[in-house]
Design a protein around this ligand. Structure first.
Ligand code: SF4
Ligand code: SF4
Length: 310
């Protein structure tokens, strides 16, 4: 039941907020009459839409690199996800990468537990995936536990320099506090080194190098941290104009015959990669492409080109 302060658990919605605000402010409000059958009818008319990550989102590249490393490793690694915009790693848009997804901080806890099972014959690599905000909020206890108890797992920190899911609020790595004042940022790598845990950093847009690092680090005993650092596409777009123009060479694009069946549009799935049904070739939606260039690195035909814009 929603009280004046809202419910003590569960999720907020507009009805709960309106009810609380009308009680606090005394404003009269009549909820529009919208029968359940009408809602159902209208919902049936909405075209189905999958969750989507932004064009140029570094998480898409990070997920691809982790998936690639796990496929090469061939031990059927277990990926424990966590809470943030990167929770989309549990769904189609994130290549269904995550095997588990629970509350904030659960990823390192679960991976720590799995990484302690070698004595029972468990030999799969365990990987936890957390965002930078989650790292400061809830991942550190799991890392301490793993370090203290000698667990074997890799914690991948997707450091996009933002608390992107909830509205870009500051966190200890952003360099500004809740009042908007500039403060000294707390370095993730220094915190990790301070815990006596090995740490490496990679750029997720460099898929090959990142996948290679993940592959190597999951083969080393003990707890390790890999920071995948690349700015949230929304923050990057606000800070600077796009510096690269990306296009598809229709002569080189394999079209329907592309190895993975239009790999860029049907598998990779960046909203900037679109399909031209007239020519039967892929193309780039210049209006939304962020110029990250990752699709160009992944195209099996080398048909996507990246040009620096001066
Ligand atoms: S370069 Fe490719 S992957 Fe990057 S934003 Fe543009 S279309 Fe998407
Ligand atoms: S991945 Fe390359 S070859 Fe395949 S459809 Fe896209 S542009 Fe064409």
């Amino acid at each position: 039941m929603a009280g004046e302060r809202g419910p003590g658990c569960g999720e907020m919605n507009t009805d709960i907020l309106i009810e609380a605000l009308t009680k606090i402010t005394g404003v009269r409000y009549t909820k529009p009459d919208c029968p359940a059958e009408l809602v159902e009818k209208l919902a049936a008319k909405i075209p189905p839409r999958d969750f989507a990550m932004c064009p140029g989102c570094p998480h898409r590249a990070s997920f691809w690199a982790i998936k690639t490393a796990m496929a090469v490793d061939d031990r059927d690694g277990i990926i424990a996800g966590d809470i943030g915009c990167y929770s989309l790693g549990a769904f189609t848009t994130g290549f269904e990468l995550f095997d588990t997804l629970h509350c904030m901080g659960a990823g390192p806890g679960i991976a720590c537990g799995l990484g302690s099972l070698a004595k029972f014959g468990f030999n799969k690599p365990a990987v936890a995936v957390v965002g930078d905000s989650t790292f400061y909020h809830a991942a550190i206890p799991g890392l301490i536990n793993a370090r203290y108890n000698g667990s074997d797992f890799l914690c991948v920190v997707l450091d996009n320099g933002a608390t992107a899911m909830t509205g870009h609020q500051p966190h200890p790595g952003t360099g500004f506090n809740a009042a908007g004042d500039a403060v000294e940022a707390l370095s993730i790598e220094e915190v990790v080194r301070g815990l006596g845990i090995a740490v490496e950093i990679s750029d997720p847009f460099n898929i090959d190098e990142t996948a290679g690092k993940i592959f190597e680090m999951t083969r080393v005993p003990g707890v390790k941290v890999l920071i995948l650092r690349q700015l949230c596409a929304l923050v990057a777009a606000r800070r600077e104009r796009k510096k690269r123009r990306v296009s598809v060479d229709p002569e080189r694009c394999r079209g329907e015959a592309c190895g993975c069946g239009r790999f860029c549009t049907s598998v990779w799935g960046c909203p900037g990669n679109i399909w031209d049904s007239v020519t039967g070739r892929a193309k780039i939606d210049e209006a939304v492409c962020a110029g990250c260039g990752v699709c160009a690195a992944l195209c099996p035909a080398g048909a996507i080109t990246v040009e620096e814009v001066v």
